[in-house]
Design a protein around this ligand. Structure first.
Ligand code: PGA
Length: 261
């Protein structure tokens, strides 16, 4: 399967930003700005905004999802949220193992693995986030870390359960810092990720998975990133909070897509 069959996907990760009202007016204004794009546009929004956005924009091109979920189906887990609650609210996908969850909230590969299993069971499209820290990067351990995150994060799952899996490669040292690896380095690591996926599942599976890059993506660098064959999309934090920068990235991703056809 060639890369042309992998559609570009741009995900905005709003983190802990935007009230329901701010979220509604953002999406209302975003839709006309990106109406000619044939990239898939996903927004990972705060829990409170999922239901109102999923209701109001259900017939639009914007897919609404969550930034996290718990691995249990329900129970005494104060402050947590279950996959089936997200599905009922209208979420279609969920970010799992984001570096802020791993590092600020101590999420392990094993916990992320249980979440992937629950997401799949509940019918949420999982976006598994992986990436090395600055120290691991400096010590030359990037591939080792990515391999472990994939192996352990996707343990005991079959390719047919992961049909719509997306993986976001986000070096921890690039998230929110203004530093990014070169497009060539990211392409090299995306190829490495596909090699590991081929070992764990199959070559066909590895070629189908949408691989995103995330970490300090701005409109200035988005275009050069999307020129790379194995960068199928972008996970955007800071730049997804502004209509101007997010719509520009979405529209540039569309240009890249048609130039490859
Ligand atoms: P950033 O965040 O674009 O602000 O670096 C990316 C992310 O955390 O997904």
């Amino acid at each position: 399967m060639a890369e042309e069959s992998r559609q570009k996907v741009v995900i905005g990760n709003w983190k802990m930003h935007k009230t329901i009202e701010e979220a509604r007016s953002f999406v209302q204004e975003l839709i006309p700005l990106v109406q000619n794009s044939n990239s898939r546009i996903y927004l990972a929004v705060p829990f409170t905004a999922i239901y109102p956005l999923a209701q109001e924009f259900k017939d639009s091109s914007i897919t609404i999802g969550a930034q996290n979920m718990n691995d249990a189906s329900e129970g005494a887990f104060t402050g947590e949220i279950a996959g089936k609650m997200l599905v009922e609210a209208g979420a279609k996908f969920v970010l799992l193992g984001h570096s802020e969850r791993r590092h600020l909230f101590n999420e392990s590969n094993a916990f992320v693995n249980r979440k992937v299993k629950r997401a799949v069971q509940d019918g949420l499209q999982p976006v598994l986030c992986i990436g090395e820290t600055k120290q691991q990067h400096d010590e030359g351990k990037t591939e080792e870390v990515l391999r472990a995150q994939l192996q352990e994060g996707l343990a005991d799952l079959e390719a047919d359960q992961l049909g719509d899996l997306m993986i976001a490669y986000e070096p921890v040292w690039a998230v929110g810092t203004g530093h990014t690896p070169t497009p060539e380095k990211i392409e090299e690591l995306h190829r490495f990720i596909r090699t590991v996926l081929a070992e764990l599942f199959s070559e066909e599976f590895a070629q189908k998975v949408i691989l995103q890059y995330g970490g300090s993506v701005t409109p200035v660098i988005a275009e050069s990133l999307l020129h790379e064959q194995d960068i199928d999309g972008l996970l955007i934090g800071g730049a997804s909070l502004s209509l101007e920068s997010f719509s520009q990235i979405v529209n540039d991703s569309q240009l890249n897509q048609s130039s490859k056809d």
